[in-house]
Design a protein around this ligand. Structure first.
Ligand code: HEM
Ligand SMILES: [Cu+2]
Length: 542
């Protein structure tokens, strides 16, 4: 099948043309790509804001901006990176495009609801922009902690509302994916034949569906506090600010798993394919995915060890935090074992996945230091925490995102990109990353607080090094995207299965036709059976 018959040239529904065929589409693949465009737009803005902050922090004193401007950048950076990039990123782009194909379906179960989710996402982004210009850019940080967020005069109500709308989008996507996996799975595909990426998005969807309402209600209460002073959170009126923190983290900690689980799903696809070997311990990866989704929802109060909880509560939440590390470690073990005695061929997705394993492991282990109640008291609200969460979110989910982008780019667009530039981008990004975020652990241990626009002169040298690292990292990000975009210039066709994958998306043309499968898909007894695949090739002698 050629590019002429691909979904790019076949609008769905068929009656629309041009831009309308995109903006009114119900095709999950088009919706996935529309997410790709908007999410990358926000990522670019978020990175730019981060670079501004880092530049300000390269030396002590007010070199680039004043405290209030820093607070605005800080809030905008956090809100964009969390709610507009890292939470929706992988499920909305890769989940939308790939989940139906991986389970042999023609589309998601609610195609029009899917489009509505995209519009809610775009609306949330626009409202967030508006909030910058109405009564001053918000200055609370992405956590909107009360009582400051209910007393500050900046446009926080609108920012909070933007996040509320984004939450609705996230929930609808979750409902759609759960229903799709239950109702549209190919009739030959049992639960233990579902590819691991789809499993991870499915587990994530449950967290999205069950945890998001908590933040939705919490944010509405913040708006009511600001508008009518209802007094649920405001201590001046007998409200309880700690209540806000519990409700906030009951969503926002599970949100960490909404970010990381789909990233782990990508890694679980990349390693088998690039090791030419079935994934080690498929069932234990599935079990670990669901265990993380469940246990990860019960650890929220580790963000509040110093807020004045009982010792028993601290002990329990510390224990549970350590417990979630177990399924995460199981996965790392399985990925490494998948490579063991595999026939490894390196490609850009594999390189990004290797960087992922390294950075995510550092992020996870430093998280355990925070999960232990004793050290937590010392490093709470210091740069240690900034180092930790960037390792997990960007080193983990971010690099998994890039691994996925390089893995499925040929499938999305039918084009192959330049490998040398892709490697260079990955190496620059990784080296810059380490130089940027590793010094923060030392800074944190030495006592440099986070969320400040300046610091004591003794912290200068390490902050300067971190700043240089940030610029190197951003150079890597830019190179990576330039490389991907250049793939549109020269038409080097990718073929249906450039990496030799075994899951269903590699059996259809790149880009796929609008109905995904022109012929009835054949579901392998096991999704990562590389020997069965060899046998199925015409002329392989069997
Ligand atoms: C070029 C890339 C980046 C740079 C230069 C950067 C820089 C920074 C800086 C300087 C801070 C303030 C730290 C503090 O004082 O506590 C910060 C905070 C933060 N960053 Fe980044 N960052 C980058 C990428 C990312 C990415 C990719 C994510 C998410 C995936 C992210 C998420 C956050 C969050 C959530 C905060 C906390 C904001 C808050 O508490 O309100 N950053 N970043
Ligand atoms: Cu947490």
């Amino acid at each position: 099948m050629s590019a002429e018959t691909s979904f790019f040239n076949t609008p769905s529904p068929a009656r629309y043309k041009g831009l309308g065929a995109w903006l009114l589409t119900t095709d999950h693949k088009r919706i996935g790509l529309m997410y790709l465009v908007v999410i990358l737009f926000w990522f670019a803005i978020g990175v730019t804001a981060g670079l501004f902050m880092r530049t300000q922090l390269m030396s002590p004193g007010s070199t680039l901006m004043e405290a209030q401007t820093y607070n605005a950048f800080f809030t905008v950076h956090g809100v964009i990176m969390i709610f507009l990039f890292i939470i929706p990123g992988i499920p909305a782009i890769f989940g939308n495009f790939l989940l139906p194909i991986q389970i042999g379906a023609e589309d998601v179960f609610f195609p029009r609801l899917n489009l509505l989710s995209w519009y809610l996402y775009v609306a949330g982004g626009i409202i967030a922009i508006i909030s910058l210009f109405v009564s001053g850019a918000p200055d609370t940080g992405w956590t909107f902690y009360v009582p400051f967020s209910i007393t500050t005069k900046t446009g926080v109500s609108i920012t909070v509302f933007a996040v509320f709308v984004l939450g609705m989008s996230s929930m609808l996507t979750g409902i759609n994916f759960i229903t799709t996996v239950h109702r549209l799975r190919h009739r030959d595909m049992g639960w233990m034949q579902i590819p691991l990426f789809t499993w991870s998005v499915y587990g994530t969807a449950w967290v999205q569906l069950l945890a998001t309402p908590v933040i939705a209600v919490t944010l509405l209460v913040v708006i009511f506090e600001r508008l009518f002073g209802v007094g649920l959170f405001d201590p001046a009126k007998g409200g309880d600010p700690i209540l806000f923190q519990h409700l906030f983290w009951m969503y926002s900690h599970p949100a960490v798993y909404i970010m990381i689980l789909p990233g782990m799903g990508i890694i679980s696809e990349v390693f088998p394919v690039f090791s030419r070997k079935s994934v080690f311990g498929y069932k234990s990866i599935v079990a670990a995915t669901m265990a993380i989704a469940v246990v990860g929802s019960f650890v929220w109060a580790h963000h509040m060890f110093v807020s004045g909880m009982s010792d028993t509560a601290v002990l329990v939440f510390s224990f549970l935090t350590f417990a979630v590390a177990v399924p995460s470690a199981v996965k790392v073990f399985n990925w490494v074992s998948t490579m063991y005695r595999g026939s490894i061929h390196v490609g850009p997705p594999f390189l990004f996945a290797m960087v992922f394993i390294f950075l995510f492991t550092v992020g996870g282990l430093t998280g355990l230091v925070q999960g232990a109640a004793g050290p937590n008291v010392h490093i709470h609200d210091t740069h240690w925490v900034v180092g930790h969460f960037h390792f997990v979110m960007f080193g983990g989910t971010g690099f998994a995102f890039f691994a996925g982008l390089h893995f499925w780019w040929p499938k999305f667009f039918g084009r192959m990109y330049n490998f040398r530039r892709a490697y260079a981008g990955a190496v620059l990004m990784a080296a810059g990353f380490i130089m940027h975020y590793l010094p923060m652990f030392i800074l944190g241990l030495k006592g440099m607080p986070r969320r400040y626009y300046t610091y004591l002169p003794e912290f200068g040298p390490l902050n300067f090094i971190a700043g240089i690292g940030a610029y190197i990292m951003v150079a890597g990000i830019v190179l990576t995207f330039v490389n991907l975009l250049l793939s549109f210039r020269k038409a080097e066709p990718a073929g249906p299965d450039p990496w030799g994958g075994t899951t269903l998306e590699w059996t259809v043309p790149s880009p796929p036709p609008v109905q995904n499968f022109a012929v009835e898909p054949v579901v392998l007894p096991f999704p990562y059976d590389f020997t069965a695949k060899e046998k199925m090739k015409p002329g392989s002698g069997t």
